[in-house]
Design a binder for this molecule. Structure first.
Ligand code: NAD
Ligand code: UDP
Length: 322
């Protein structure tokens, strides 16, 4: 039986990765400190014998924390890390250590077990990009001292560690640069634009657009992401590669607010609030590499994905705790 470790498996993307692996008959160990993860994302698998939850922290060596399991992993999906800009100040040290020291601990375990590592990097490594759309070869425009540095600089070094472990020790690592991904099981209060607008819309509150709302993002529905990540992990010849996974439809935050308003059950307004410092002005992936190496492209448009996400927040969050 194939065995996988999913760090950050109690978080939004991690829980969908666990789901997908379990459906394919893979035994899954979810490893998470429940910092930004949700207990409900663990409890949903409690009846599945192929699923084990270990509460732990990647900032400490993993071997000791996983000792009792006495198991070897074929794959490690390293998805642990808070990802919301709202956390970049108060959890700065934790985030930077999770992606640097934490990534080193994951790579050491993989080296010991001869496992394949898939590292969740981010479009943030491109910073406020001067090249558009962003290809994997673009080196980025990141502010090393800026408010997003605990996240984007740490992800950049996390990527460097992966390439070092591949070159120096022959560890099979693959890096996926994820562009804004959304869907059910996001935390309703994590501060990112999708859960924030969904909950505002469902409660009949004003949508809070930061700045003028003309900054852009490319929103990918989580099912498309998981398909891309799994395909990348399982293509033997792609060890050491880095691939962008994201949607190619680029949307301004005003357009995004208009779509949410249209789909909202309530009549709502938009209010404008100050733009956070260093908020990237635009972002869209070049997915030529994903298309050619993985035969992957997004299949779910924003409106379809948003309807599913609104439905989730409606039943699981807003109506569950009115
Ligand atoms: P999330 O906050 O929902 O999930 C992160 C999970 O990691 C949480 O369950 C949290 O408790 C856990 N975690 C954090 N630090 C940990 C630590 N030190 N030890 C153990 N567990 C820890 O965020 P998400 O959106 O699901 O993001 C998952 C991964 O994907 C992250 O690495 C993130 O940087 C990356 N990513 C996400 C997006 C996106 O749009 N959602 C975009 C780019 C990259
Ligand atoms: N944003 C917004 N209102 C909010 C939350 C975010 O207008 O309530 C904006 C934010 O300034 C950014 C975009 O939406 O330009 C995406 O923000 P998010 O935090 O989701 O992710 P980012 O891509 O910035 O990491």
């Amino acid at each position: 039986m194939t065995k996988a470790l999913v760090t950050g498996g109690a978080g939004f993307i991690g829980t969908h990765i666990c789901d997908s692996l379990l459906s394919d008959g893979v035994a899954v160990v979810c490893f998470d400190n429940l910092g930004s993860g949700q207990r409900g994302n663990v409890n949903r698998f409690e009846d599945d014998d192929a699923y084990t939850f270990v509460e732990g922290d990647v900032r400490e060596p993993l071997g000791q924390q996983l000792n009792e399991l006495d198991t070897n992993f074929d794959y490690i999906y390293h998805f642990a890390s808070r990802a919301s800009p709202a956390d970049f100040k108060d959890h700065a040290l934790e985030i930077s250590q999770t992606n640097t020291i934490g990534t080193k601990h994951v790579l050491e375990l993989a080296r010991e077990m001869d496992a394949t590592v898939v590292y969740a990097s981010t479009s943030e490594v491109y910073g406020d990009p001067k090249e558009h759309p962003q290809e994997e070869s673009y080196r980025g425009n990141v502010s090393i001292r800026g408010p997003r540095a605990p996240y984007d600089e740490a992800k950049r070094f996390g990527e460097t560690l992966c390439t070092m472990y591949t070159r120096q020790f022959g560890v099979d690592t693959r890096t996926v640069r994820i562009f804004n991904t959304y869907g059910p099981r996001m935390r309703s209060d994590d501060g990112r634009v999708v859960p924030t607008f969904c909950v505002q819309a469902l409660q009949g509150d004003d949508l809070t657009v930061y700045g003028e709302g003309d900054q852009t993002r490319s929103f990918l529905f989580v099912d498309d992401l998981v398909r891309g990540v799994r395909t990348f992990a399982e293509h033997d010849e792609l060890a050491g590669e880095v691939i962008n996974i994201g949607h190619t439809d680029e949307t301004t935050i005003n357009e995004f607010a208009n779509t949410v308003t249209r789909l909202s059950p309530n009549s709502i307004e938009t209010v404008y609030q100050p733009l956070p410092e260093d908020d990237p002005t635009r972002r869209r992936p070049d997915i030529t590499k994903a298309k050619s190496l993985l035969d992957w492209e997004p299949t779910i448009d924003l409106e379809t994905g948003l309807k599913k996400t609104l439905e989730y927040f409606g039943t699981e969050v807003v109506n569950a705790h009115p």
